[in-house]
Design a protein around this ligand. Structure first.
Ligand SMILES: [Zn+2]
Length: 266
């Protein structure tokens, strides 16, 4: 099994989305600046000996500038999206093509993770996602309760949705999904057991940034369930301590740059 990490562009946002308390005023500093942060859009391609090429997340749609509502583009500005950041080209750089993809697993259905399904529209591919996440996403768009995080262009019936259930799903050998509620009700993290490189844990947006994990600083405005987030945090920490897993956070550009020094892990 081989793991390729894909760099699908950069977003710049107010740090308060990712880190609780960023820029908070205090008695001695009543008017602090709101810190901004440049983060990465991260996905992965896994070459599995039996299942073939499996994508874990897809990034944003290539025509995000037309599809993302203007307020979303203001808040979560994609500040870099070069040709090399398109999903098809990022796969090509890993020696793979869209034609090689046999399945897609989505950690959750936010627009910067599932919007890249546009690259796979019309292909006969299973799209795996937790069933409770699938329900939540369609509900959010239909009711406009969480519109902006979920948008409708990829939430349609033409994709071959394959809902998964339970808290722990071994979808393929050595390819283990864990339900990590907090950022969304049923976000899936991916634990990969590689023969040489050992264990990797792709946490997706349970942790946007290293600080969320290492300093136990919860997500900021992107947090939906505080108590669940802490339970998920403790669970990932326990798995990481037991397995020595290397962690890939949902949007941490520094961690991505560090890990991308290797072309792939096997
Ligand atoms: Zn995200």
């Amino acid at each position: 099994m081989k793991l390729h990490l894909l760099d699908l562009g950069n977003i710049e946002y107010d740090e308060g989305f990712a880190l609780a308390g960023a820029g908070v005023s205090t008695r001695s500093d009543p008017n602090p600046a709101s810190p901004r942060r440049k983060v990465a859009i991260i996905a992965a391609a896994i070459e599995h000996p039996k299942a073939g090429v499996v994508l874990f997340d897809t990034g944003a749609a290539p025509n995000f500038a037309e599809l993302w509502p203007p307020p979303v583009q203001e808040l979560f500005a994609i500040t870099h999206y070069g040709d090399e950041n398109r999903l098809d080209n990022a796969l090509a750089a890993a020696g793979l093509g869209l034609d090689d993809v046999r399945a897609v697993v989505l950690s959750h259905l936010h627009l910067d993770h599932a919007g890249g399904l546009e690259f796979l529209r019309g292909r006969d591919l299973p799209v795996y996602v937790h069933g409770d996440e699938l329900r939540n996403a369609f509900y959010a768009v239909a009711t406009r309760e969480d519109l902006g995080a979920y948008i409708s262009h990829y939430l349609d019936f033409s994709f071959d949705w394959r809902p998964l259930h339970g808290d722990r799903i071994e979808l393929f050998d050595g390819f283990l999904l864990h339900r990590l509620p907090g950022h969304t009700p049923a976000l899936l993290g991916l634990q990969l057991e590689l023969a040489n490189a050992g264990t990797f844990f792709l946490t997706s947006d349970q942790f946007h940034l290293r600080e969320n994990y290492e300093q136990g600083q919860p997500l900021g405005w992107l947090l939906r369930d505080h108590a669940a987030w802490w339970r998920s945090h403790r669970f990932v920490r326990q798995v990481a301590e037991r397995t020595g897993a290397r962690l890939v956070f949902g949007h941490d550009a520094d961690v991505l740059a560090e890990l991308k020094r290797e072309p792939y892990y096997d």
